[in-house]
Design a protein around this ligand. Sequence first.
Ligand code: SF4
Length: 245
Amino acid sequence: MNKDTIEKAYTNTFGLAFSELVFSRVRRPVTVRQRTIRGRKTERTVKYTTLDKLDAVVQQCTGCALSKTRTKVVFGKGAKKPEIVFVGEAPGEQEDLQGFPFVGRAGKLLDKWLAVMGLTLNEVYIMNTLKCRPPDNRDPLPEEKKACRPWFDAQIALLKPKVLCALGRHGFGNLVPFEEGMSFGQFRLKKHAYNGVPVVATYHPSFLLRSPGMMDKVYEDLRFLLEICGRPVPPSLQSPDIKIE
Ligand code: SF4
């Protein structure tokens, strides 16, 4: 059989372009089961082979009421094969306007954390568990979190990171639920897990903007994060002195 015949046979069998099938041999397609809410019971199962294809579909999502109030869907940014994925809870005002996570002052601070770790955005990925901004930055509702979770899970399955770094109490609590009254600090410097992927916790950069005295604790967390990743701690993270602006 020649190459054209093989390509045609694969395409007829799987209903996919041959290039996608070649890709799927390297990285298995990710299945998303998305149930629409508000009384409609339809459920669809879709397979995604690349992050870009998943992104394109999520951009059109109307799976919860936040689709009516958002300006832009905030999917994520960074490397497509990252070792580390930083995870916040939900987009804020600037993220909603620009369509990217962690922009503005908190984003600039996160960039500085990456720099002292010896990393760039080409080596990590940054995202939120929820893809659309809740109005006035209110807490996401349980049904909104539930509706959006399949997108998050599919994204993580495609990214295949070595470790997730959850940012802040809410970002962490969405991955590793903890009971009311428990202190966020007690989860730091420990290895947790979400769907089999190691999770570590640190404070949210927005919190650091209000409480710059906590930076030493963040440095500890970043060193622990590199350790979990199997990376050496660079001299820039031995005794850093990040200025908060
Ligand atoms: S928050 Fe998630 S589920 Fe809701 S509309 Fe946005 S992408 Fe869809």
